[in-house]
Design a protein around this ligand. Structure first.
Ligand code: ITT
Length: 199
């Protein structure tokens, strides 16, 4: 059994990462460490923000720490909301408020031009030092109105390529096989095999 701390306060991410990694891993997140302050996400890319979160948390925690920075890039909006996905409609915005804003911005964009992708960068750190980053992407399109109650965030408006249903409608097993997060986490898990036990 491998123990892993995910430097997130988003329980949806934690659950997905646990399911993607499977029963060989015991995953905990920062809900077990309320004393650790929230890292400032001041980077300009998913990678920079993932590194900031992972190194800040791992300087205060034992063992390996990973952080996930992720979001949705909509081509017709020049890649927005991108790194601002969680706070697109403002600090503390709800998923519904973010989705409503995105669909309003896309109102005049024809269906054929609604391509988008989810991107996830996983940063792995130990003792405050970055060890590696891993990136995963899933391509798809934005649909309106939202469909399905599964997943979180923008899942009800994202249909992955080669599927008809949104991530909100697809079973969690399917999302966790093909998602941006699944791809980044699988690269991470493959690298773990090559790391020394002390890393
Ligand atoms: P932490 O920083 O504590 O990890 P967060 O939710 O603030 O949690 P991010 O800054 O990485 O994390 O923002 C990610 C946002 O991108 C998330 O809140 C969703 O709005 C969106 N997002 C990321 N992955 C997603 C997914 O799998 N499905 C739907 N939306 C997703």
């Amino acid at each position: 059994m491998q123990h892993l701390i995910v430097a997130t306060r988003n329980a949806h991410k934690t659950r997905e990462i646990q399911r993607i990694l499977g029963a060989d891993f015991a995953v905990r997140d920062l809900s077990a460490y309320p004393e650790i302050p929230e890292a400032a996400e001041s980077g300009k890319t998913f990678g920079e923000n993932a590194v900031l979160k992972a190194t800040a948390a791992s300087s205060q925690l034992p063992g390996r720490v990973v952080a996930d920075d992720s979001g949705l890039e909509v081509d017709a909006l020049g890649g927005a909301p991108g790194i601002y996905s969680a706070r697109y409609a403002g600090q503390n915005a709800t998923n519904k408020q973010n989705i409503d804003k995105l669909l309003a911005e896309l109102a005049r964009v024809e269906r054929a031009k609604r391509s988008a992708r989810f991107r996830c960068v996983i940063a792995l750190a130990h003792g405050g030092k970055l060890l590696a980053t891993f990136e995963g992407v899933v391509e798809g399109v934005i649909v309106d109105p939202p469909r399905g109650r599964g997943g979180f965030g923008y899942d009800p408006i994202f249909v992955p390529q080669e599927f008809e249903q949104t991530f909100g409608e697809l079973p969690a097993e399917v999302k966790n096989r093909i998602s941006h997060r699944a791809r980044a986490i699988r690269l991470f898990a493959a690298r773990l095999v090559a790391l020394k036990p002390s890393d």
